[in-house]
Design a protein around this ligand. Structure first.
Ligand SMILES: [Zn+2]
Length: 288
């Protein structure tokens, strides 16, 4: 199956009261693990690429080539969207050019008027080229590629203004943060989420910073209109823990244990297990 934009899968998710996972990729192993697990679970999936990860993977053209090649060679038949995560205005344009099927324009750090003007322009380009587009209102806390947000709650009226520009999906800050949650985290603001959903109607809402949010909060967020949940750090932690165990057990010193295909295998299995667990929690299994 060719890459698809995220519109149909997210509209179906919103109507069906489940969420589609966005799993961020870092390299070949990450991409393969996520695609194989989505296929095994018969779930639609969104591959997220931050600008930093795009640079790391040698540019957006390389990413598009790798993902398209894998979809073909691994016989992936579930819907796959390739999505720019937290894109700048310039990054969004570069990904549209390179063949991504979806972009996020993170204009949350611009004054609302400028965010609107730039979002409008990108909405028109995406419409013409058949891409989906995500916008963000209210910055999401924590650090993402060097951008530190304070984790404020979005203004529901601003959310409506941005939703009305014709974006496909909307990320609203509701106290969620990127990375690990601190012990004194106040939790998600369901009051804000309910108000945003009230104003934006059928618009699929996006929850960033999905790592470490308790399962009951995830389920409640889905019941209040969240249809896309971003997971990044959790796969990184799973990969790190499995790789550490392999090396601490001295397995890299046994036989051909130094072979990268062996050395990275436990980490890949750990990513698969994490993605599987999330797809089950989000309810997108068998929704392909
Ligand atoms: Zn994010």
């Amino acid at each position: 199956m060719a890459l698809v934009n995220a519109k149909e899968m997210l509209n179906k998710a919103k109507a069906g009261h489940y969420a589609v996972g966005q799993f961020n990729i870092n390299n070949l192993e990450w991409t393969k693990a996520i695609l194989l697990t989505a296929q095994e679970m018969n779930s639609p999936v969104i591959l997220g690429v931050s600008e930093g990860a795009g640079k790391y993977m040698c540019g957006y053209n390389t990413v598009v080539g790798m993902v398209k090649g894998m979809i073909e060679t691994l016989n992936i038949t579930v819907p796959v969207a390739l999505h720019l995560d937290h894109g700048s205005y310039e990054g969004a344009k570069a990904c549209i050019e390179a063949g991504f099927s979806s972009i996020m324009f993170d204009g949350s750090h611009y004054p609302i008027d400028e965010n609107i003007a730039k979002t409008k322009e990108l909405v028109a380009i995406c419409e013409e080229k058949g891409l989906s587009i995500e916008a963000e209102v209210g910055s999401i806390g924590g650090e993402e590629d060097g951008v530190v947000g304070a984790g404020e709650c979005a203004d529901p009226d601003e959310c409506k203004m941005i939703a009305d520009l014709g974006v496909t999906m909307l990320a609203a800050g509701i106290g969620n943060i990127h990375g690990k949650y601190p012990a004194n985290w106040a939790g998600l603001s369901f009051e804000t989420l309910a108000a945003v959903q009230e104003k934006t109607g059928t618009m699929p809402l996006v929850l960033h910073g999905g790592t470490g949010i308790p399962a009951d909060m995830i389920k409640k967020a889905i019941s209040l209109g969240v249809s896309k949940i971003n997971v990044n750090t959790e796969c990184q932690l799973a990969f790190q823990e499995a790789t550490r165990k392999y090396i601490e057990a001295g397995k890299d010193l046994e036989g051909k244990g130094f072979d990268p295909r062996k050395l990275l295998a436990p980490g890949v299995e750990a990513i698969k297990a994490t993605v599987k667990e999330k797809i089950e929690l989000f309810g997108s299994a068998n929704k392909a």
